[in-house]
Design a protein around this ligand. Sequence first.
Ligand code: PEP
Ligand code: MG
Length: 884
Amino acid sequence: MSATTAPATAHRYVRSFREGRASERDLLGGKGANLAEMTYLGLPVPPGFTVTTDACRAYLAAGDVPDELAAEVAASLADLEEASGRRLGDTDAPLLLSVRSGAKFSMPGMMDTVLDLGAMPATVPGLIALTGDPWFAWDAVRRFVEMFGRVVLGVPAERYDEQLHAAVAAAGVPDERSLPAPDLEALARGFLDLTAELGTPVPDDPHEQLRLAIEAVFRSWNGSRAKAYRAMEGIPDDLGTAVNVQVMVFGNLGERSATGVAFSRDPATGEPVPYGDWLQNAQGEDVVAGTRRPEPLASLDDTFPQQAEELRGYMRQLEAHSTELADIEFTIEDGKLWMLQTRVGKRSAAAAVRIAVDMVDEALIGPEQALARVTPDQLEQLLHPRFAEQPDTPLTSGGAASPGAASGVIVVTAAEAVRRTEAGEDVILVRPETSPDDLEGMVASKGMVTSRGGLVSHAAVVARGLGRPAVVGCGDLEVDVEAGEIRVGDTVLRVGETISLDGSAGLVVVGEMPLIEPEPDERLERLLSWADLVRRLHVHGNADTAEDVARAVAAGAQGIGLVRTEHQFLGARLPLVRAALLADSDEAEADALSALEAQQREDFVALLAAAQGRPVTVRLLDPPAHEFLPDLTELRVAAARGELDDDRQRLLEAVEAHSEHDPMLGIRGVRLGIMRPALYRAQVRALLSASAELTAAGDPPLVEVMVPLVSTSGELRWFVELVHSVADEVEAVTGTAPVYRLATMIETPRAALTGGFLANFVDAFSFGTNDLTQLTFGLSRDDVQARFVPVALAEHTLASDPFRTLDAAGVARLVEIAAADGRATNPDLITGICGEHGGDPASIAIAHRIGLTHVSCSPARLPIARLAAAQAALEMEDVPAASS
Ligand code: PEP
Ligand code: MG
């Protein structure tokens, strides 16, 4: 609501708690709106009023409070005085006020507060008359003068601390709580003198104190702490804060008083029992400051049974009303329970799931609301091992490339990873970057760290596929393979020393970190089953082997959106692809290809069977030569040293012949197929004969043959003819006509811009957003990303990492154009994303908006994709009703 909407009150800038509602957070701030709502519900809230954010905005714009404010505050104060039977500044029955900030979005501790306003030496007799406690009365004066001096008059906090410590030392007592009342009086008067000396005297008139305190809270909106916090949390700077002025109640009036904080359920586990801390004879800040050890809430019944029961009733009422976890502050003043604050409680990931699902079972919320209450990040925490605690000083950090956490001893070569693993050790493979040669080492390791490479580099893609945690592109990490050590600044670690990594947080730590292992969670499964009812996007898995397919299916994949066939030829099988790529005669090529075809056929039978009838999109070979050929520099060095035998000499010549300046833009994808048609024919034959074999066995798979890195419709025509002609061959041999669909990757801007033509040739488009991002930005996914993107983010020249979250304005625009043009040509066109963005929640929302058929991601991210797809559907409000 804004000032242009007629408020229920005659006031423009001030609202009584009795007039507001929870929905008015814009105007009343979060705290004020919730206090108003509790008042509305009839809960015992100390009377008060809210100076609105409108007033703050007017103050910030004009540099002064609006003219009407003083009269409105005075009238509202008169109400409080009437309600409480006390008066501000009165010497017989003085009223004390709290003046607290309260913005729309919580900014804990970032803005200012003044408590005990009105407590001055003149009101001490009245305070003693009300409470019978001189110590309490002078303590209130001391607290007020210090807060007012600090917040309103700018006196440095240390100056008060110095006096306080001196008083404590002179009295020979452990802390100020043990100071005798006369000493406290002297201290309070000393604080007044100090304030007058260093700032301005505290005004005697409490109405003037109130005016200045409200203004100081407004000012604190633009304090450096508050500004920094807003920048960090993305809170707009122009919202302003409200100020809540409320009758003070005291939890420190003796043994019949207490104060505490409480949650309506356990915020760590989600267990549906109230949880919290309380302290007898204390003020709120004593609980928070931790100077005394608070008691667990359960023990409140021992001392205050009736109030504890009343409190539980209020928490139930708040939960039933707000359908949320309630986080409250309460005070018992001389036996009377007061509710001082409520807000939606923060909770752990485990609690988020439990509370959401339990509340559905308790009929408090529906499944759709439950889905909105668990974030993809929380889900990620629950699915993978993670550090039990935040490390104080990480060794290094890099791209959070593959989720999960692990500890193990450092190895810097794949061979040693295999050797040590076989000997029973847990190892972490640390490499400058990984290549296909490292696959066995990666399989053997518990996790991987690289100093180079980005989120879609080889190490990252393979680690995700294998389900191993990985941190990539740690810029300050040096890996000295020869010396068997790694270095970060002055820290040197040898092979065999232990490190830990968290691939969700992108952190590497020296030593063994305690880990929290995920546990199977039946509630999480239910939540995901609701997500499946709500989402419109299908969710597929990227998987390269039968085991990966099985993992994807177990994680809820409705299909396999990308089989990168080159990954079937890493490690020990690498020579097969190399032989095929480097063959210098038809004969040599035919030999290499027949071996490759036989291996692939076997792989495909297992892989298709594991998919159990779900669609499987198999992509033909797409090896950028640098990922699959031996390292040219190493071979040249060996040649210079005279270490090459005849075979390796031939290898050097072949690698030189194939070497390219920029292999990512070179003979890869369909271009490789055009150069080496026999290679693609062998792959298609392997796939279609595997399919024919399963069909003959009564288990027909749903196969899609996909071609990578296409740019022109001529390339697609070439591909389609090739597949059809191989299908004829397979039919001739097996007697079964293979059934298959045809698909193209859309990975080049040209392909995206000509989708309307390309859709004439195929049944499906799969957006390879890794390459499409690389080519749209002209930003190398292998090296420039890791080095440049962090700097660009820090400099705000990039809004987000485009290799993690689909660039909405550029790359996503290309996806949208291609999908729309493609569907105009072929209304049944299947469209999906199979780049790493397929597992990123923000990118999934874009895929939903564009209306793609599916997203495809690594098995580890599938549950997140299911949730994110449901949340995207819910946010765009096109959801069919789900039921539990
Ligand atoms: C892509 O480019 O997005 C893709 C899925 O292919 P790859 O990562 O294998 O190049
Ligand atoms: Mg690609």
